[in-house]
Design a protein around this ligand. Structure first.
Ligand SMILES: NC(=O)NCCC[C@H](N)C(=O)O
Length: 410
């Protein structure tokens, strides 16, 4: 077991990784709620779990410890009923409840369970018919509010453990998530990081108590000194500049360069890692649709400036910018779907660019993206294919479903 965090690249041999096995929350998605819950369809849970177990086994077979976030949370809450109580209070407050009938009823209901069951229930969501609370408020009766069947909404995106936090060097960002559907996920991380002995003394570069947002799918660790961050639907330019400032100033951080990459703001490409991932020292997957017709894209290199400020250089060529920050003379950008106008968007939609490197030049990716996979193999990449019928319905692939905690340095 490796304690703490050590992630100085996207590609160093993966030794420990945070996962969440999809659970009952996935069955609490309905056609009416799926868009608000950030899903495009309703996965078949039994198969999704099989696929996820296959993914986890693939990682273990290749030398990585798999750590389940639901187990870490259970350990934290089992160790201290005070911490558990404080967490529940924060959770309920953030869901809009204040001490009173519903707050008290939910607290009593959740604390009456075994801790692991409570954690699973928080992921699954609490339905109104589970509690015996008289439903006499106007919001229980009137209009669209009455159609919400949950006191606490399900967290079906939790199996995308990449996003609520991001390991970066020896520290972590705990993220202010963009949409309410995912905000409780990073509250769980906050309690784990603050209270689990495994993460004692881990620096938090930026916590979730901010108004500006960032998600882990946008945070890529290119090497010990350089991170790439997407300016995306989920991560604002303001956050990136502030985080850069923090990383440049903190003596525990080794980072002195942030490459901000501006991508289209839409659901299919909600994070940088849905269109761009690092797979070797000098090889990346990229979805060509992020460039304009002339191959241009806004990229910005942020570096420490005068008086603690950040200096910004603007460029419009991703390849040139990457060569510059990584100090490389050649670079291999491998196009998702081989750049074909049909295969590329189809395979991007199915997370063909969302690969997880488990060692330099060795990746895990969904089996369905066979055009991209063939091309990756032609470029010398070792590919471990994982099953993908159900998991991808939440719009995330192998990188999205994993949060590295420890990678060997390269
Ligand atoms: N890093 C990623 O791109 N994660 C995929 C997250 C998908 C999830 N349904 C979401 O919209 O947040």
């Amino acid at each position: 077991m490796n304690n703490g965090i050590n992630v100085n690249s996207e590609i160093g041999k993966l030794k420990s990784v945070l996962l969440h096995r999809p659970g009952a929350e996935v069955e609490n998605i309905t056609p009416d709620t799926m868009h608000q819950l950030l899903f495009d369809d309703i996965p078949y849970l039994k198969i999704a779990q099989k696929e996820h177990d296959f993914f986890a086994q693939t990682l273990r077979d290749n030398g990585a410890e798999t750590v389940y976030i639901e187990n870490l949370a259970t350990e934290v809450f089992d160790a201290s009923s005070a911490v558990k109580g404080e967490f529940l209070d924060r959770l309920l407050h953030e869901a809009g409840y204040r001490p009173g009938r519903t707050y008290d009823g939910l607290t009593e209901y959740l604390t009456s369970m075994e801790t692991k069951d409570m954690v699973d229930k928080i992921y699954a969501g609490v339905r109104k018919n589970e509690l015996d609370i008289p439903r006499t408020a106007l919001s229980d009766m009137a209009g669209s509010d009455a159609e919400n069947h949950f006191y606490l909404n399900p967290l079906p995106n939790a199996y995308f453990t990449r996003d609520p936090q991001a390991s970066m060097g020896v520290g972590m960002t705990i993220n202010k998530m963009t949409f309410p559907a995912r905000q409780p996920e990073s509250l769980i991380t906050e309690y784990i990081m603050a209270n689990h002995p495994r993460f004692k003394d881990t620096p938090i570069w930026r916590d979730r108590n901010h108004t500006t947002r960032v998600e882990g799918g946008d945070e890529l660790i290119l090497n010990k000194t350089t991170v790439a961050i997407g300016v995306s639907e989920r991560t604002s330019s303001k956050t990136i500049q502030n985080l850069a400032k923090e990383l440049f100033a903190n003596p525990l951080s080794t980072f002195d360069t942030v490459l901000a990459v501006e991508i289209p703001h839409n659901h299919a490409m909600m994070h940088l890692d849905t269109v761009f991932t690092m797979i070797n020292h000098d090889q990346f997957t990229v979805f060509p649709g992020i460039m304009d017709g002339a191959g241009n894209i806004n990229v910005f290199i942020l570096r420490p400036g005068k008086d603690g400020e950040v200096e910004i250089e603007r460029m419009n060529d991703l390849k040139l910018a990457l060569k510059k920050v990584l100090n490389l003379s050649e670079l291999d950008l491998i196009e998702c779907g081989s750049g074909d106008p049909i295969a590329a968007p189809r395979e991007q939609w199915n997370d063909g660019s969302n690969t997880l490197a488990i060692a330099p030049g060795e990746i895990v990716t969904y089996d369905r993206n066979y055009v991209t996979i063939e091309l990756l193999k032609e470029h010398g990449i070792k590919v471990h294919e994982i099953l993908s019928s159900e998991l991808g319905r939440g719009r995330g692939g192998a990188r999205c479903m994993s949060q590295p905690l420890w990678r060997e340095d390269i």
